[in-house]
Design a binder for this molecule. Structure first.
Ligand code: SF4
Length: 380
């Protein structure tokens, strides 16, 4: 692992000029290779803010249709603030990390209650829910030209390789190194373009796997390329632990309706709807069902099929077991809501449950076999 900054071989003046060259070359590259993205066609802080929130932990290709749909549904921050959270979550459906949608909505309401004027300083943006240092720097620089560098995973990778990180980036010293270099090498006169240029470089040229070094404008100066450290950088001290988690659902349906439940407003899938979480652990258990509901809905009158869905989150590997249960009469539970199949669009669901619905067909009130199908147990 590289421990010494390679550029320390240069004189102080040489080092400064080397760093200035970086911004010059990066901006030249951006002028010819920057991505043409819909939110870059104006400097409207609302559109820029929307795009930055939508693109947190999301690829541009995936986030762009959401951006266009949000702007069409809520053209102004006042429209977003006036919307119901369920409407916002429905539009967000499929994008994941739903806390962002809650924060976006709360921040819109805060901006409108403060007179509808957007903040300009990064520190003011950071007072809004869901706006961290990266998002604040991006909006302030792109919309208002504040000279604050953006620092996220892409930028850490680009700078670590281009200038030779001296410490793992998941340590205080490593983060300090990145922030110092990010500030030193940025073009403060063209902060918005510079930040967008480094974002694009991380997304399209200096990618995590197979960066396009042969075509890179920085190749001759690049620490990682010159020292054969491209795959080794950026480096971190520990690996993210991905924990397995299983959720067992009872997908209760009667004729053309599902029984859904709203999730709490915090934690995973905050505020979304889901099927009933099975009140017992493990596979379908007719004795457990009969103990809870057997008086009115004995298990021997139900049709039961089981599906499995796998889903990866950043820190968890989820396995969903879905026991689909056709009821012969509606089951009424305090916090449950019966939703016709045709109105499911109005109830935002987590991505793996959407995936499950895509793999099944409830149009005729019966589950059909699909590739996610695992086992089937019909009862008379
Ligand atoms: S030469 Fe390769 S590793 Fe270095 S900055 Fe360019 S793309 Fe990244």
């Amino acid at each position: 692992m590289p421990k010494a900054e390679p550029t320390c071989q240069k004189t102080k003046q040489g080092l400064l000029s080397h760093k200035r060259q970086w911004a010059k070359h990066l901006l030249q590259w951006y002028a010819g290779h920057g991505r043409d993205l819909p939110w870059r066609r104006q400097r409207d802080p609302y559109a820029i803010w929307l795009s930055e929130v939508l693109l947190q932990q999301t690829r541009v290709e995936q986030g762009t249709p959401y951006f266009l749909r949000f702007l069409a549904s809520f053209p102004r921050v006042q429209d977003l603030a006036a919307a119901d959270i369920q409407e916002v979550l429905s539009l967000w459906q499929g994008l994941g990390y739903y806390r962002r949608a809650h924060h976006l909505h709360q921040a819109a309401r805060q901006i409108v209650s403060d007179g509808g004027v957007f903040p300009q300083l990064p520190s003011e943006w950071q007072k809004l829910p869901g706006v961290g240092a990266y998002t604040a720097a991006a909006i302030s620089s792109i919309a208002f030209d504040y000279a604050v560098p953006v620092v996220d995973g892409n930028v850490i990778r680009v700078l670590s390789r281009a200038f030779g990180a001296t410490e793992p980036y998941d340590t205080a010293a490593g983060l300090h190194w990145v922030q110092r270099v990010a500030q030193e090498v940025m073009d403060t006169k063209h902060a918005g373009d510079y930040n967008q240029a480094i974002m694009d470089m991380g997304a399209t040229m200096c990618t995590p796997k197979n960066p396009d070094c042969p075509a890179c404008f920085w190749q001759k100066n690049c620490f990682a390329y010159q020292n054969e450290k491209v795959q080794a950088l950026p480096w971190r001290s520990k690996k993210t632990q991905i924990l397995p988690q299983t959720i067992d659902y009872l997908v209760l349906y009667w004729e053309q309706e599902f029984l859904l439940f709203k999730r709490p407003d915090d934690g995973i899938w905050a505020g979304l709807f889901e099927f009933m979480v099975q009140p017992w652990k493990g596979p379908w258990d007719s004795a457990a069902w009969d103990r809870l509901y057997g008086e009115q809905w004995p298990s021997n009158t139900l049709e039961i099929r089981t599906f499995g869905v796998k889903h990866a989150l950043s820190h968890r590997s989820l396995t969903l077991n879905l026991n689909c249960i056709q009821l012969h009469r509606k089951l009424h539970l305090n916090d449950g809501v019966w939703v016709p199949f045709s109105e499911l669009d109005r109830y935002p669901l987590p991505q793996p449950l959407l995936q499950f619905l895509k793999q099944t067909d409830f149009n005729h009130g019966r589950t059909q076999q699909s590739h996610a199908y695992r086992q089937s147990r019909q009862r008379p």
